[in-house]
Design a protein around this ligand. Structure first.
Ligand code: 6PG
Length: 467
């Protein structure tokens, strides 16, 4: 008896993914060094002809049908290399290893090149949707050999989330294309999370909305154009009671956000490539500022802050809905822009319409907006920025005024809205035909003879500036 699919790493994600594979009619075999996890899977799988597992790498590999399709769901970093090394002696040419973790894309390129020499196909396939997604249908972002994709395609298409019946998975491009796309997905995720947290703060401080009122507001938004997984869970979070006190759980959670690095990588790489993604950058910075809790407490004692002027709830929620929609568009616009430029830089040949399409369900950034983004890139595959798409013009024009008002309100009333104000600034800068960077060029030439170009004639100029 040989199994269709192998999976190494039987943590929550791995176990759920394998059970999902089995639900869809494929046989699957798991592997983990931890005997307890192996036994737990065998027990949960029921019929060992369909789901089985073993701690031993050799037994695991020989249980699989060829070409073997082995997915790794282990922590990114060294563990991936260790697992690959442990599998290698048992593999045959043409076998396929799929890294389903959030590996850094250059690690994927290195592993792909190393394994190619040995005749092994390697995929970096980002998997989004958390534990529930893995079990019921994630969005999967695979990159690697186009020829080898045919072997994993039927399994991935069966297990992936469906949007109107279409699977949220497609072959994205060569080498690390899949991990790169997942990295940017996470960068956008950071942006959307920061933005929703600011709106939550604003509704509380400016409108005095209770958690219960906010729960209803977010739920209402989730049935409109803001429909998205993150708005939905925000609504749910706001109604969760605390087991340890009489209050709401959200009020008891320490305001220090952790991070595993994917958002930071998105920003770092955007900087390397010279692509502006300020809404993602600020979301990373805010997690860093949040970590400085002790300093924030001290600084809060030193500096006064205005007590927020109260705003009528209905007016506020209507403006907040617009501002959140506006800022979500900016976050997606920046992420898509990064993908477009990175695709050229790394030769991924990404199809942005297809990427938006597989993000419509299953993943953390799934949102009604992604259907519109899909259409925008399908209509114009080389669209440099969503803001230039005719289908987005009205959406932006209709929501920018409310965003301005709330950003101004936040500044006057001492409520930090870094993501929101930054999204607005991005918009104002991107849509300015003339920016004051002529002054920067003049300064560079003044102190360093760095030269400048002119508006009115071709060529490179330098001036002996008069002191
Ligand atoms: C997903 C998520 C997931 C990520 C978490 C945590 O798409 O399912 O992006 O892959 O690990 O969101 O990320 P941070 O710990 O960096 O917040």
């Amino acid at each position: 008896n040989t199994y269709d699919f192998g999976l190494v790493g039987l943590g929550v994600m791995g176990r759920n993914f394998i059970l999902n594979v089995a639900d869809n009619g494929f046989t699957a075999f798991g592997n983990d060094l931890d005997k307890e996890k192996v036994n737990a899977l065998i027990e949960e799988g029921g019929d060992t002809d369909k789901v089985n597992a073993d701690v031993d790498a050799s037994n695991f590999v020989s249980a699989l049908s060829k070409p073997r399709k082995i997915m790794l769901l282990v922590p990114a970093g060294k563990v991936v290399d260790i697992v690959i090394e442990s599998l290698l002696p048992h593999l045959d040419e043409g076998d396929i290893i799929i890294d389903g973790g959030n590996s850094f894309f250059t690690d994927t390129d290195r592993r792909e090149a190393f394994l190619k020499e040995k005749g092994i196909n390697f995929f970096g396939a980002g998997v989004s949707g958390g534990a529930k997604g893995a079990r019921k249908g994630p969005s999967i972002m695979p990159g690697g050999s186009r020829d080898a994709y045919q072997y994993v395609k039927p399994i991935f298409e069966a297990v992936a989330a469906k949007y109107n019946g279409e699977p949220c998975v497609t072959y994205l491009g060569p080498k690390s294309a899949g991990n790169y796309v997942k990295m940017v997905h996470n960068g956008i995720e950071y942006g959307l999370m920061q933005l929703t947290s600011e709106i939550y703060d604003l509704l509380k401080k400016a409108g005095g909305l209770t958690n219960e009122e906010q729960h209803k507001t977010f739920a209402e938004w989730n049935s409109g154009r803001l429909q998205s997984f993150l708005v939905e869970i925000t609504s749910e979070i706001l109604t969760q009671k605390d087991d340890l006190t009489d209050g709401d759980l959200v009020d008891m959670i320490l305001d220090k956000a952790k991070q595993k690095g994917t958002g930071k990588w998105t920003s770092q790489n955007a900087m390397d490539l010279g692509i502006p993604v300020p809404t993602i950058d600020i979301a990373v910075s805010m997690r860093e500022i949040s970590a400085l809790k002790d300093e924030r407490i001290k600084a809060d004692e030193i500096y006064d802050r205005p007590s927020p002027e109260s705003v009528v709830k209905d007016t506020l929620t209507s403006k907040a809905e617009k501002a959140l929609y506006f800022a979500f568009i900016m976050a997606y616009a920046q992420g898509m822009h990064q993908l477009a430029d990175a695709s050229k830089e790394y030769g991924y040949e990404l199809d942005l319409g297809e990427i938006a399409k597989i993000w419509r369900a299953g993943c953390i950034i799934r949102a009604a907006l992604l259907a519109d983004i899909t259409d925008a890139f399908k209509a114009q595959p080389d669209l440099p920025n969503l803001l230039l798409s005719p289908s987005f013009t009205e959406k932006v024009k209709e929501t920018v005024a409310a965003t301005r008002e709330l950003v101004a309100y936040g500044a006057t009333n001492g409520i930090p809205l870094p993501g929101l104000s930054n999204a607005l600034t991005y918009f104002d800068a991107y849509t300015s035909s003339r920016l004051p960077l002529n002054m920067i060029q003049a300064q560079r030439d003044y102190f360093g003879s760095h030269t400048y170009e002119r508006l009115d004639r071709e060529g490179i100029f330098h001036t002996e500036w008069e002191k």
